[in-house]
Design a binder for this molecule. Structure first.
Ligand SMILES: [Zn+2]
Length: 143
């Protein structure tokens, strides 16, 4: 279901996410989204690449440690930006959150997912976990 939340990716940001996803294929890549927020509008102006800390099932799963979250929050505040959320890739799967994604997501953050089909980055969509954590709302995502 499409929500009123809006996420705009700066010129170059969407491309950087796709490049990261392509480089890490067939594994999932992940990273942080930094930018600004006003009402329901978010504007991503920078990304920070994160390492996938899972050692198993890296094709389908990613894990960002609390230490990495702290690190990117510090980076964001140093640049006068907010940590708005995270991106990751779905190798050979659509850009729709999995059940694993739902279980590991937190309300508030934006979750950008880019689908990579046979090594080529395709659609990019963004999601927010519902406050009751039962599922995701899709954000209106502009590149
Ligand atoms: Zn996922």
């Amino acid at each position: 279901m499409m929500s009123d939340f809006r996420l705009t990716l700066d010129e170059g940001v969407a491309q950087s996410i796709r490049e990261h996803a392509q480089e890490d294929y067939p594994h999932e890549c992940c990273g942080a989204l930094l930018g600004t927020e006003k009402d329901n509008e978010r504007h991503v102006s920078a990304i920070v690449r994160l390492s996938n800390e899972r050692t198993d099932e890296r094709e389908r799963r990613f894990f960002v440690s609390p230490q990495q979250v702290l690190m990117v929050e510090r980076t964001a505040s140093r640049e006068g930006l907010l940590l708005l959320g995270f991106y990751h890739s779905h190798p050979d799967h659509p850009a729709i959150p999995s059940e694993y994604d739902r279980q590991h997501a937190l309300p508030y953050y934006s979750y950008v997912i880019v689908s990579v089909q046979q090594g080529t980055p395709k659609e990019l969509r963004s999601w927010r976990l519902r406050d009751d954590r039962t599922g995701f709302l899709e954000e209106v995502c502009r590149e």
